[in-house]
Design a binder for this molecule. Structure first.
Ligand SMILES: Nc1ncnc2c1ncn2[C@@H]1O[C@H](COP(=O)(O)OP(=O)(O)OP(=O)(O)O)[C@@H](O)[C@H]1O
Ligand SMILES: [Mg+2]
Length: 357
């Protein structure tokens, strides 16, 4: 297995720059997820590593070998796509050995590798089946098996689960996490699904608008988003945002649009106008006198273990609060809301983020 290093790489399609001077190191054995909105360049970056797109400038090193001029086959990485495109007339064994046969591996070596991959993927019983006799998740496992038998230096995945239905996606996600745990392989994984990113990644690379917005562990990205963009992109439902006037002359407070004052627990250099962000779990129905403001409840979403309340403040500000699963709030109720100071983030005009200490 190997480390992957991108140093100052760029990529344009015609006159349109899609990756701009990007640097990143994926450590040996690490599971790194590229997360970002559609068109942010995730697949392009992955394909640049794989050798399926040229690199305009900068350096790519895979396992200590300068690789930007090498062909895909010489780079020693294996890619798994969303469309796994198995050969329908071949068995699982045939599909998994095809690539090795093509490059002239001998029969016994192929046999050994396919059996080993089947064992890792727990597919030994399925080796004789045709793709049409497999479930979607099993087919995707065959595609992963095709990558494993190459014994690559690194695995590259481009949205491998997005063709699976919801429950299968969750199960296959867990299988992938187990696979990484067992193989300790370097894996780079592209998705726009933040649950996949949160659950699979050692580190998430948030991409937006040609560049990296943040690199961090899932919880760093969730709890300390480096920018307004990351704060809004990660988390479901998304973070609540509202304008606030911050006064730091005494104990810092933020006055929001309806005049309510929220206590802050962060170090902020100066008073002024900020964008305030707080996740729904930081806004609770306050029955204990800790309320900062009143709100009117709109839609009440019961998710079982918790309840989301879509509320409106008197000035029209909309936000989502979270209550317990057994919440007795009903649509139309006037409720008291409390804001957890440790859950408040501030963003200044330059996009600088401030988090609770
Ligand atoms: N072969 C190409 N020619 C021209 N433009 C391209 C080409 N491939 C990608 N692009 C453009 O590059 C940008 C990044 O595309 P890319 O496929 O990397 O995005 P992505 O983050 O993978 O998006 P998605 O989540 O939709 O898959 C987009 O604006 C896209 O239109
Ligand atoms: Mg893509």
């Amino acid at each position: 297995m190997a480390e992957i290093e991108l140093a100052g790489v760029s990529k344009s399609f015609g006159t349109v720059k899609v990756i701009d001077d990007l640097s990143l190191t994926v450590n040996d054995g690490e599971f790194v997820v590229f997360l970002g909105p559609s068109g942010s360049g995730k697949s392009t970056l992955l394909r640049m590593i794989a050798g399926l797109e040229t690199i305009d400038g900068g350096a790519l090193t895979i396992g200590g070998v300068r690789s930007e001029h090498l062909s895909p086959g010489q780079r020693g990485v294996a890619m798994v796509f969303q469309n796994y495109a198995l050969y329908p007339h071949m068995s699982v064994r045939g599909n998994m050995s095809f690539g090795l046969r093509n490059v002239g591996f001998n029969k016994s070596e192929i046999e050994t590798r396919v059996n080993a991959a089947a064992k890792i993927l727990e597919m030994e019983e399925l080796l004789h089946r045709k793709p049409s006799q497999l479930s979607g998740g099993q087919r995707q496992r065959v595609a992963i098996g095709r990558a494993i038998v190459k014994e690559p230096k690194a695995f590259l995945f481009d949205e491998p689960l997005s063709n699976l239905d919801a429950s299968l996606r969750v199960r296959t996600r867990v299988e992938l996490a187990e696979l990484h745990h067992r193989m300790k392989a370097t894996m780079v994984y592209v998705t726009h699904d933040q649950t996949e990113a949160m659950t699979l990644a050692d580190r998430i690379v948030v991409l937006n608008d040609r560049k990296i917005e943040q690199i961090g562990t899932p919880m760093e990205v969730y709890l300390r988003p480096a920018s307004r963009f990351v704060a809004g992109f990660v988390g479901s439902p998304g973070m609540n945002f509202m304008q606030a006037d911050v006064d730091t002359s005494a104990k810092p407070v933020a006055r929001i649009g309806n005049g309510a004052e929220l206590k802050l627990d962060l170090e902020i250099p100066r008073s002024g106008s900020y964008e305030l962000g707080i996740r729904p779990e930081g806004v609770h129905v306050a029955s204990d006198g800790s309320a900062a403001t009143k709100a009117k409840a709109g839609v009440v979403e019961r998710l079982g273990e918790r309840t989301l309340i879509y509320c409106t403040l008197t000035d029209g500000t909309e936000l989502i609060a979270q209550d317990t699963g057994r919440s007795n709030v009903a649509p139309g109720d006037e409720i008291d809301l409390g804001f957890d100071p440790s859950a408040i983030h501030l963003f200044d005009q330059n996009g600088q983020a401030y988090h609770a200490t």
